[in-house]
Design a protein around this ligand. Structure first.
Ligand SMILES: [Ca+2]
Length: 392
């Protein structure tokens, strides 16, 4: 059993932790919350470093803002799940950009992540992930394109997950670049296809890694495995909702939604099996067991597990230009639980957990640290999603 160490301070509130777990409700849910864990949380609570902060809403009126990217000229690119990409420039929100590819927007499907190429200043490539296709036949896709005025041009398809599926849920679709300019993206299990998370001839339930033009890196773990898709980086995942590259330690942190319980943080290892659906601490939404196993030889143990679920959104690794007390910590947005979790990592272990920003009361879809060190929260709402900038 993992030991919870909850901080108490200006930014956190362990009583609120318990209350929010009990009153959890969510567009994503069928995920029911239990209150058993909260008693344990309270008794192991201990003080953690906390800081005061200032917050400012820098954009509002957004429809399910999902991700942001920081352009070198100070503007932001913002995705809205319904299929719009906007710029926030000099405090002003643009009209939706023209020239986006067709996007299949329904339920959890739509426009997802936006990430700049590491050499953006030289090549101008902007990468977008989204749901491509139709209700009967859809998949996670990545394209890259360049920005010209308020339009995307030069669009190229980089990756399309296969096989196509007929569910509008569990896309994964967050991605990040590594130092070698390869990119790694989560592809969710499609919900009805969880067995495929263990099948190496399917992208469902995997992290995939491709070069920046979509070609296959020679050192991917399954390039020489007969019958395996060569893009696969790791397998046995459910619905991955964040991936962060830790440049200092040259490693990848990711998290994924479990079913009811079993939300996980994992340190990705190429070629490793992360267990789903053979191993989980969660249960099906009906309460039925998914599997008898919470541990199994040959499957990676999560670095952290949330049971009951918090429904994690995006995640950021604190560089510490402004929030230097938190340098090296992981900050995880939470949808269902409506707060941010700060995880202190020592080695490969999470040693301390604190809840932050519960006072906004918002489903938080994403959290990012800007190049200047401020934190940006994206609140999830159909008509008044906000971007909140937080500074010490
Ligand atoms: Ca797992």
């Amino acid at each position: 059993m993992l030991l919870w160490a909850l901080g108490i301070g200006l930014l956190c509130n362990s009583v609120a932790w318990a209350a929010s777990a009990e009153s959890a409700e969510s567009a994503e849910s069928a995920e029911s919350a239990e209150s058993a864990e909260s008693a344990e949380s309270a008794e192991s609570a201990e003080s953690a470093e906390s800081v005061g902060y200032n917050s400012e809403v820098i954009a509002d009126g957004l429809s399910h803002p999902w991700s942001i990217a920081f352009l070198p000229d100070g503007a932001l690119l913002i995705t809205e799940r319904g299929g719009n990409l906007r710029q926030l420039r000099d405090g002003k929100l643009s009209e939706p950009l023209q020239g986006l590819p067709p996007i299949y927007a329904d339920s959890q499907g739509g426009l997802f992540d936006v990430v700049l190429h590491p050499d953006y200043a030289d090549n101008g490539w902007i990468y977008l992930s989204f749901a491509h296709g139709s209700p009967e036949r859809n998949a996670a896709r990545i394209v890259r394109a360049r920005l010209e005025g308020n339009s995307l041009v030069d669009t190229e398809i980089v990756f399309t997950a296969k096989p196509f599926k007929d569910t509008p849920v569990h896309y994964g679709a967050r991605f990040t670049f590594l130092e070698d300019n390869t990119l790694v993206m989560g592809v969710g299990d499609g919900f009805d296809y969880r067995e495929q998370a263990q099948a190496l001839d399917s992208h469902l339930g995997k992290f995939i890694r491709v070069n920046d033009d979509g070609s296959i890196p020679e050192n991917n773990p399954f390039v020489d495995t007969k019958g395996a898709l060569p893009e696969i980086y790791s397998y046995g995942h459910r619905n991955q909702q964040a991936i962060v590259y830790d440049q200092k330690h040259q490693r990848l942190w990711a998290h994924e939604h479990g079913p009811a319980g079993g939300d996980e943080i994992n340190l990705l290892v190429p070629g490793a099996n992360f267990g789903w659906p053979l191993v989980t601490n969660g249960r099906d939404y009906s309460g039925a067991a998914v599997t008898p196993f919470t541990q199994l030889d040959g499957t990676a143990v999560p670095a952290w597990d949330w049971t009951p679920s918090i429904a994690p959104g995006g995640m950021t690794l604190v560089g510490g230009q402004l929030f230097n007390q938190w340098t090296g910590n992981l900050l995880v947005a939470a949808l269902k639980s409506r707060y941010v979790v700060r995880l202190v990592v020592e080695g490969e272990k999470v040693t301390e957990v604190e809840t932050l920003f519960i006072e906004f009361g918002a489903r938080i879809r994403d959290i990012r640290e800007g190049p200047e060190g401020a934190l940006y929260l994206l609140t999830d709402d159909s008509t008044n999603g906000q971007i909140i900038r937080i500074t010490p």
